[in-house]
Design a protein around this ligand. Structure first.
Ligand code: SAM
Length: 297
């Protein structure tokens, strides 16, 4: 991948970003997590990690003033950019006027019915998602993308450094949690770059990282009851300091008593006092299968 124009032709070129912000008298809104990228090398890294090809359909969440949209539009067949902030739509229209393969949509991405949205947009192939995400909605967005059942090839996103590490973490580390297991069930996670604060305007309070999640054709573990698997994971990490048996048996929605759980742990050869954070994805899947059988008598 190589950009087609000199640096000064890009929205993310710092002087251009400043000019756009000033000429529109744009005020950044914290509630929308507005930290725009002003480093072209970082944009290149995102595009490279996402492996954008000429026939790709890319969905971008939160295009801002179009910094990332522009470089992706140079590589992809089509880009559908969904922005919540109405004030940014005329700015985006102006900045991206030369890119005929960009569709701008004003909406809260979290409120979209994704299968319906893809139908409306006449998308008939697996999509790639890219974003420099507002940090407070990272987890719901990632979960929504994987759980919606849409044909999804990969998700390449800028997230808080700590969250990127959580997605990759394994048992026994402080970062390991429900998000690690959910991501690892659906996708292969790879941190493509660490990005310092000075690559954004305004600077965020924390370091960031670009993570690529490549969706598995088949999850690495097989369970019939995905709902039970994720229910167990949520319960186990909701009460991290408690034993697995205590935290899961206290979750009324799961309806599992202590004796059933203890018997399952015995079958798996695990200690009765084990905590959820000690189990890996394979063990959670095995526990799910045993408990599912127990439930059905
Ligand atoms: N992509 C741009 C860039 O890299 O410079 C902007 C990234 S900025 C971190 C996040 C963007 O997401 C903002 O433009 C913000 O308005 C938008 N946004 C926030 N919440 C959103 C939501 N629920 N749906 C769609 N866009 C959202």
């Amino acid at each position: 991948m190589s950009r087609r124009e000199p640096d000064t032709a890009y929205i993310a070129y710092p002087q251009n970003t400043i000019r756009i912000i000033q000429s529109h008298e744009f005020q950044f809104l914290k509630k929308f997590g507005q930290n725009f990228l002003i480093d072209l090398h970082v944009l290149d890294k995102i595009v490279k990690a996402a492996d954008i090809q000429p026939d790709d359909v890319v969905i971008e969440i939160g295009p801002g003033i179009g910094s990332l949209t522009q470089v992706v539009a140079e590589e992809a067949g089509r880009v559908i950019a969904v922005e919540i902030d109405k004030r940014l739509i005329p700015i985006l229209e102006q900045n991206l006027a030369a890119y005929r393969n960009v569709t701008l949509v004003q909406a809260d991405f979290l409120k979209l019915d994704l299968p319906e949205f893809l139908k409306e947009q006449q998308v008939d192939r697996p999509i790639k998602v890219i974003a420099n995400l507002p940090y407070y909605i990272t987890t719901p967005i990632i979960m929504m993308l994987f759980e919606s059942g849409i044909p999804l090839e990969s998700v390449t996103v800028m997230v808080q450094e700590e969250v990127a590490e959580r997605m990759q973490a394994g048992p026994g580390t402080k970062d390991y949690g429900a998000l690690s297991l959910a991501v690892q069930y659906y996708a292969e996670a790879y941190i493509a770059a660490y990005v310092p604060q000075n690559c954004f305007m305004p600077r965020p309070g924390v370091g960031s990282a670009v993570i690529r999640l490549r969706r598995y054709a088949h999850p690495p573990v097989q369970v019939e009851d995905e709902k039970l698997l994720f229910g167990l994971i949520r319960a186990a990490f909701g009460q991290r300091r408690k034993t697995l048996v205590n935290s899961v048996s206290h979750d009324a929605a799961l309806g599992l008593d202590k004796e059933t759980l203890l018997e399952a742990l015995r079958q798996m050869g695990l200690s009765e006092t084990i905590r959820g954070e000690a189990l890996d994805l394979k063990q959670f899947a095995e526990l799910t299968r045993i408990l599912q059988e127990a439930r059905h008598g």
